[in-house]
Design a protein around this ligand. Structure first.
Ligand code: ZN
Length: 242
């Protein structure tokens, strides 16, 4: 098998506008993620909101096996046409990894069919413990039974998502909240993984276990070989004797 082709998409506004965040991610969150995926042997491109067509042209998407998505303050600036284009590629087999505040993105809501923007949140820098609740899942390969993040933004239930096809992580936070932090969905030929950690004011994507989860998720979400799907009015497959 050739290298997995990954496109890391980032809004890329916080890192430019807030110096403290720029210090954590001097090259932007997209390059931080892109760099560890490259080290894992993947073929990586990056794309950002302000690029023409948000960097997600037909050409780029057709050459992408897995798209990683980080967005927060500008979900509504993502053009519907581009969201539809990404969705179509997911149905056709492109993997999609939605990170942290991408829960409220147009693409994740479209994939889920619910208002995924609804959840509880607080910014108190709580400790977070992500517990693996599916120890057979490829996304937890090589990990321990739990991941401890010293300081993170808190998300809490209820999270307005459809019941995940695979639930991989549940988070506990110091303030008592719990949250479904690792959720898999199967859509058409595509695989989708939502992974909660990654608030921009903490160095979450520098943490090795978090990098391991995202790397595993990209491998899991990479497309398999399968013919194009057939929909609509069709002739019988076997001859019907009347
Ligand atoms: Zn956040």
């Amino acid at each position: 098998m050739g290298k997995i082709k990954v496109t890391v998409w980032n809004e890329y506004l916080h890192e430019v506008e807030v110096p403290e965040i720029g210090e954590i991610y001097p090259e932007g969150i997209h390059n931080c993620i892109g760099n560890f995926l490259k080290e894992a042997g993947m073929d990586v491109k990056t794309a950002t909101l302000r690029m023409p067509e948000h960097g997600l042209t037909e050409e780029v998407l057709n050459d992408t096996d897995v798209l990683v998505w980080w967005g927060h303050m500008a979900h509504n600036q993502v053009e519907d046409e581009i969201v539809d284009r990404v969705y179509k590629r997911v149905m056709d087999g492109m993997g999609l990894i939605v990170l942290h505040s991408g829960h409220a993105s147009k693409i994740f809501s479209k994939v889920c069919g619910t208002d995924t923007g609804l959840l509880r949140w607080r910014e108190d820098g709580d400790k977070e413990i992500l517990w693996v609740v599916d120890p057979s899942h490829p996304i937890v390969d090589g990990l321990d039974e739990k991941i401890i993040i010293p300081s993170e933004e808190t998300y809490g239930e209820h999270f307005c998502i459809p019941k995940p096809d695979d639930l991989v992580f549940i988070s506990w936070f110091e303030g008592g909240e719990v949250f479904r932090s690792g959720c898999c969905y199967y859509r058409g030929k595509g695989k989708v993984f939502y992974f909660r950690p990654g608030h921009e004011t903490f160095p979450i994507y520098h943490q090795s276990e978090i990098q391991k989860v995202i790397t595993n998720a990209v491998k899991w979400a990479a497309p398999i070989k399968f013919p194009e799907l057939t929909y609509g009015n069709t002739k019988p497959i076997v001859e019907i004797k009347k």
